[in-house]
Design a protein around this ligand. Structure first.
Ligand SMILES: Cc1ncc(C[n+]2csc(CCOP(=O)(O)OP(=O)(O)O)c2C)c(N)n1
Ligand SMILES: [Mg+2]
Length: 565
């Protein structure tokens, strides 16, 4: 006799064989066969997370950091609906996830049975793949189809970039028959000790650029390289560096671009000096070479609009299909993955001219840096700007840094700098699931992790704190508590005083120290430039919440001063 456990174990072994290692489970009854299959396979790293919304963002973090999808397992009903925000972000930012939802069998659907909803294509077009697995059938063809389903869903998640959804109906009894746990466990044990293939290795390709693109690169006197947000496993960082070096191009890499740029080419203060229309004219490139997704900083968005009017050619080295061209200015596209070798055209123009161009950017960058340091020094209240400047001037090279949305990634650009180990959720730019994403990144990379979040985003995802338990390597949440969603001050609605504060900024008075205590986390308050100066994140161990109480008015004033607005 067979039970559901043989079916689900067969599926999970297929995923394991393809290189999947993480499973995030949420408790429920209908998912018993899936839960037990994961529980009895020692090769999987398992995490049980009560809140499915948080669970799904953890899977997002794992996919983001490793390029290999985690399995999400939940019961029937509204459980899967809680996956939707992360499923949406996964599609928008091209991150693989595999969702396994348990369901009632068809004869119990549509007649008011408890916890039964229509789960077919539940995520609509937000998922990149859907398959209704059907009830377990142990014929050879059915078992082969199930293993093939693992391959098919994994390939869809990785190659299309997003969540693959497999719906799995089970009828009662849901528990295994006697002896079955042991027999499946034995097969699992054999699988773990045997060799397993990693996620499909892709062969190296040499990219020969078209003569038109080579010509543009060769003839350019003023090339500018811009890197938008990207995932570690997507970004052709080495190719970008080789290109920049070859053509002596200034490089602007946004926070979350996941690329390290040699200091000689790196332009860091663009959010400050590129907002001036004089500089936009003076520094107009004759060629823009883009990497990664759509940039999000205001200076770059404005620059694209402005330079687009002069029909500056834009070459986009993209590593995934999605349309990422807000200014509709990309004129040439090159598909390039991190393992591709780009055959760059031989240098055509004199180096003299190109280095003048680079130097003109470096001059602006230096001068802006001096202004920034001055502005930071002359402020004696703690501002949001101080935080980013502080963390960017310290070496946290071996830490992951997850940046929330709202002002956080923009302030990292304005006051700090981008680095290879920064992560963002810029696909749908939600303030949801930020801490959970950081937990997924932390656990799948086994590296120290700092999550920088605003106060509202922190409260939005406070359920994630349930999953932060005595980590071996430090996990630090830094809450910039500026008393609400202060980014809305940028909008015209800020003038509607009566409505602005209660409906938009939503100042909050929660005692964050109590959140830390309730979740067994250590807590520290930073409320002055001096207390910030004496804080060294690399001395943290275990789980921490660092609350930085900043002055929202002084923070806004400082930004405006740097933007010159
Ligand atoms: C899920 C979701 N809900 C609402 C928003 C709209 N939103 C954008 S920023 C923001 C406020 C964020 O406040 P906080 O985290 O304190 O950051 P700050 O604005 O102070 O930098 C909100 C609610 C969003 N982006 N995502
Ligand atoms: Mg805030």
């Amino acid at each position: 006799m067979d039970s559901h456990l043989r079916w689900t174990s067969h599926l999970l072994r297929a995923y394991y064989g393809l290189g999947v290692r993480h499973v995030i489970l949420s408790p429920g009854s209908r998912s018993t066969p899936l839960t037990l299959a994961a529980a009895i396979h020692d090769g999987f790293i398992k995490k049980v997370v009560i809140d499915e919304r948080s669970a799904a963002f953890m899977a997002l973090g794992i996919g983001k950091a490793t390029g290999i999808p985690a399995l999400l397992i939940c019961t029937s009903g509204t459980a899967a609906a809680n996956y939707m925000p992360a499923v949406t972000e996964a599609k928008e930012s091209g991150v693989p996830i595999i969702v396994l939802t348990a369901d009632r069998p068809p004869h119990l659907r549509g007649i008011g049975s408890s916890q039964t909803v229509d789960q077919l294509k539940y995520f609509g077009d937000q998922a990149v793949f859907f398959h209704e697995a059907g009830e377990p059938v142990f014929k050879q063809a059915d078992l082969r189809r199930l293993a093939y389903l693992a391959k098919q869903s994994l390939e869809a998640a990785v190659e299309k970039g997003g969540a693959a959804h497999v719906n799995m109906p089970f009828r009662k009894p849901l528990e295994p028959i006697p002896g079955e746990i042991e027999s499946e466990q034995e097969i699992n044990g054999r699988q773990i000790s045997g060799s397993t293939a990693p996620v499909a290795p892709v062969a190296k390709r040499t990219l020969h650029l078209s003569s038109e693109i080579s010509g543009l690169i060769n003839n350019s006197q003023k090339p500018l390289v811009i890197a938008g947000p990207s995932n570690l496993h997507h970004v052709p960082g080495k190719q970008l560096r080789e290109l920049a070096e070859k053509i002596n191009a200034p490089v602007i890499a946004e926070p979350g671009s996941a690329i390290s740029i040699p200091p000689k080419f790196s332009i860091t203060r663009y959010e400050q000096f590129l907002r001036s229309s004089d500089n936009l004219n003076k520094l107009e490139p004759d060629l823009i070479i883009r990497f990664g997704d759509q940039p999000f900083t205001k200076s770059l968005l404005t620059a694209f609009e402005r330079w687009n009017n002069d029909h500056i050619p834009v070459i986009h080295f993209k590593s995934r299909e999605a349309a990422q061209d807000h200014s509709m200015s990309v004129s040439h596209t090159v598909f390039c993955s991190p393992i591709d070798v780009v055959e760059l055209p031989a240098q055509g123009q004199s180096n003299q001219k190109s280095s003048e161009w680079l130097e003109s950017w470096q001059t602006e960058d230096r001068s802006a840096r001096n202004t920034l340091l001055e502005v930071l020094r002359e402020n004696n209240t703690l501002t949001d700007g101080h935080i980013f400047s502080h963390f960017s001037s310290r070496d946290y090279g071996n830490w992951n840094v997850m940046l929330s949305n709202s002002f956080i990634p923009r302030d990292m650009a304005l006051f700090g700098r981008s680095s290879e180990n920064q992560f963002v959720n810029r696909g749908a730019a939600g303030i949801d699931g930020i801490i959970s994403t950081a937990v997924g990144i932390h656990e799948s990379t086994q590296r120290r992790t700092l999550c920088i979040t605003g106060d509202i985003a922190f409260l939005h995802d406070s359920n994630a704190l349930l999953s932060v338990r005595d980590p071996d390597l430090p996990f630090v949440i830094l809450v910039i508590n500026n008393g609400g969603g202060t980014i809305f001050r940028m909008l015209p609605v800020y003038q509607y005083e009566k409505y602005y504060t209660p409906y938009f900024e939503t100042p909050q008075q929660f005692d964050i120290e109590h959140f830390a205590a309730a979740h067994g986390m250590k807590y520290k308050l930073i409320d002055s430039p001096e207390s910030l100066e004496s804080f060294n994140v690399s001395e943290s161990d275990g789980a921490w919440i660092i609350e930085c109480k900043t002055d929202p008015d002084a923070s806004m004033k400082m930004r405006r001063k740097l933007w010159n607005t």
